[in-house]
Every structure is written in structure tokens, then in C-alpha cells.
Design a protein around this ligand. Sequence first.
Ligand code: HEM
Length: 127
Amino acid sequence: MKDIENNDDLYLLVDEFYKKLLADTSIAYIFTEVVQIKLEEHLPILVTFWSQSLFNTGGYFKNLTNIHLDINEKEYLSPELFKIWLNHFNHSVDENFKGSNAEKIKTQALSIATVMQIKIHKQRNQN
Ligand code: HEM
């Protein structure tokens, strides 16, 4: 198995990842009902995001935490949902890639998810 080396690899990863998310009814409704994502627009944004994060390519300028706080206003993004999200993410990585970038992207996902959950918790305590 090879490591994540370029944007084609990232595209394959996010494609596999979203197949898992959308096939899992315990989380899919966030992407199909709460926010109605258009996959063909969404996946390239994810590639840009992860490319910036792994390869320092730049190009992603939005505030990712605020985007998720907005989703959380509509529907609570619970610790259970984060657990499901991270499980599918880690499995998608491990099923397709092996190496230092594969480890790095899983660590980054976990640390971003942790920050998001802290902010979500703060937001809930303010309301
Ligand atoms: C419970 C966990 C999560 C759920 C249910 C979730 C759901 C979503 C949804 C519905 C969108 C589309 C928002 C929109 O277009 O308005 C989105 C966007 C996105 N999410 Fe998440 N997310 C979760 C966690 C994460 C984590 C931990 C990361 C990163 C490590 C992440 C990365 C992204 C990125 C890069 C976008 C694209 C934002 C953009 O359009 O600029 N998500 N997420």
C-alpha cells in the first residue's frame, strides 16, 4: 500500500470517506437533510482543504470551525456523531494508504475534531 502523495490520492480518500458517511444512516442525514451538500462541489473543497493541511498548497480560506458551529445550530453535532465521523475517516485512510502522510492526516483530523467539539460545547453553554 502506498502513502497519500498528491491531490489525486486525496480525492480518492474523500470519495471513499463520503461513501461511508452517506451509507451510514446514523450520520448521513446531516449531509442530506440538515445541510444538502452537492457532492460534486463538496469533494473538491475537501481536497483543497486537506491539500493545504498536508502539503501546504494553500487555497482554503474559510473558517472551518464556524462552518460547523452553523451546522450545530441547526442540529446538534454530538460526541457520538464525531466518533462516527472519525471512525469512517480513519478506516477510509487505513483501507487505502499507509505511511507518514496517512498517519499525519488522521492525527490532524482528530485534533481539528477536538477543537470543534470544544467550541461546540462552549456554544451550547452560552445558549
Ligand atoms: C460530526 C462530525 C462532522 C459532521 C457531521 C460534518 C458535517 C459537515 C457538513 C454537513 C458540511 C457541509 C457544510 C456546508 O456546505 O454548509 C461540512 C463541511 C466540511 N467539513 Fe465537516 N463535519 C464534521 C466534522 C468535520 C471534521 C472533524 C473536519 C476536519 C477535520 C471536517 C471538514 C470539513 C470540511 C473541509 C468541509 C468543507 C467546508 C467548506 O465548504 O468550506 N468536518 N461538514
